[in-house]
Design a protein around this ligand. Structure first.
Ligand code: HEM
Length: 135
């Protein structure tokens, strides 16, 4: 059974690092075409939630002590980050095709704003995940 936990935790951390890392990088540099990252980011976010729910079920079911409270804060900020990314970056990505230069600049500014807000929230998530075991 041990190997199941190892695989689930490994997928969880790898998908989470990809999601948080690319979100922060794209938010820092508006030259990066954010639309190319949007689908992989949402795919990684889906895998993070799926594996995170499994980890909660394996190790924290029925508990709500200090560790679970810190994990819950991280989960909440991850949920908001996914919502912000979906709303700001996702909607702008869908409108990009065939627009004029002025509209494209406006949409790209919206995408950068979305990645920056989501990136900040994901920093809180990563910190919560990393320290939860120690509280
Ligand atoms: C950017 C997103 C995320 C990253 C980078 C991340 C990373 C991590 C890491 C490194 C751990 C291991 C902590 C340890 O064992 O000391 C962990 C644990 C955990 N994560 Fe996440 N996580 C993320 C999002 C989420 C989300 C969205 C959920 C829930 C839906 C979640 C649920 C959990 C749970 C329940 C554990 C505890 C596992 C255990 O007790 O060993 N995580 N996460």
């Amino acid at each position: 059974m041990q190997y199941v936990y190892i695989v689930v935790l490994g997928l969880h951390v790898m998908a989470g690092v990809f999601w948080a890392g690319t979100t922060i990088a794209v938010g820092r540099d508006p030259e990066i075409r954010a639309e190319r990252f949007f689908r992989p980011q949402m795919g990684a976010a889906g895998l993070v939630f799926l594996t995170g729910i499994l980890l909660w079920y394996f190790f924290h079911q029925g508990l709500f002590g200090p560790m679970e409270k810190v994990l819950a804060l991280g989960i909440a900020t991850a949920l908001i980050a996914a919502g912000v990314q979906g709303a700001l970056v996702g909607s702008a990505t869908r409108q990009l095709a065939g627009t004029d230069a002025a509209t494209e600049a406006r949409l790209r500014a919206k995408m950068t704003r979305g990645e920056r807000i989501a990136g900040g929230l994901l920093v809180i998530t990563v910190l919560c995940m990393a320290v939860a075991r120690m509280v």
